[in-house]
Ligand binder design. Sequence first.
Ligand SMILES: [Zn+2]
Length: 487
Amino acid sequence: MRLTGLMRIGVVALALITVVAFAVLTHVARPGERVSLLVTGGPVVTMDTNATVIADGAVAVNGTTIVAVGPRADIEARYAAATVIDVHGQIILPGLINTHTHVPMVLYRGLADDLALMDWLTKYIFPAEKATVSPEFVRIGTRLAALEMIQSGTTTFADMYYFESDIAEETRAAGLRAVLGQSVIQFPVADAATPEAALARAEAFITKWKDDPLVTPAVAPHSPYTLDGKTLQAARALANKYNVPLLIHLAETKDEIKTVQDAHHSTPARYLESLGVWSGRSLAAHAVWLDAADMQVLHDRGVGLAHNPESNMKLASGIAAVPEWLSRGMRAGLGTDGAASNNDLDMFEAMRMAAMLHKVATSDPRVMPARTALELATRRGAEALGLGDRIGSLEAGKQADIITVAVDGARQTPMFDPMSHLVYVSRGDDVRTTIVAGRVLMDRGLVRSVRQDEVLRDARAMADRVRVAVQQGAGSAAGAGGAASAK
Ligand SMILES: [Zn+2]
């Protein structure tokens, strides 16, 4: 009896010791709240409304969402992560947002440069598109563009092109976030013989993708000069039926201003206002040629504007009044436009060009500081796309779209101000990590979500078909030009 009693006490004591020891060990192994990912060890440029920079910071992510941003010591003490990405020598910032592009056009990169807009379009781009745009073409082009964007730190893009559902599938496979606009245009194109067919295609695309967490479907009427009023109004009605954005080109060139003035006795912005096109979520690309009344309309309607400094310079379209937009409180972001007129998708270059262009245009180096250029590529771009509550800054509760940028090479040494370096020194090639919705798409420079060798092989093969198409198209265009000049 006594022995049995002692044994019982011993068993209970042993059990207690085991429980305590297990608790201690567990505590050592789990210093804090479990999260899925920590990005830690570099300056954090949050791009919140105060432009907070944390000198030695970290970002904690759980699932798709940022749960905390703060000093490294605090975050590392509070959280234990399944995956830790240590980024000493790199800046941590929100993923960049490209508010205007045509991603499959990377396959026309460098096809024709240094031409007047109409020659460039009619002798090269239109013949190439006519002969080559297909579901296969846009998929190969989207995979190439996704690889380039992941490598250069773009996590969200707004697109306007054909076969947008195929673009959406490749975007999802690559892991990027996007606002994708199915094009509507008056003349027959690869995916629609009529504007009615294009609108039907857009509606099918929107209903298929409207609940996707990464892809926001949209309708993209091409421009006020390539569509009639009836189709423009139908595009607006379609966008409002599903509460999705409408994407459009606006006031890109002086020729467009004259065309719309001759046909409708108005400016493009006010003509579209008269049709009700701005009555809902809208994103307008370029807006190079706006007068004060146009700006008032676009401001009052909350239209997001996509500024494309490189495309506007390369095609000699003009200089958009971006500092004035911002002083009026208009919503604006930054874009690359398609790679056929840029010739790349590097948003670091777009930031630097924007910062430089507006200084020289106004003879005032203060009008576009580095912080403003960086805001256009992050928080302001998100707001222009109507996604400001979800992305554009590193703050708890927002989506975990994060990049890191190396600043430890000769070109970046020394560094006094991370924001200055991001705009005036950094290049897309300096990006080391790209994360979208908590998924690591690139780690230490290695892209995980897209097969680089296959993507480049397919793109080069497609380029051979583009070359042949342009040679044949250029022959017929030259013939037409000869006939015109003979008149
Ligand atoms: Zn464009």
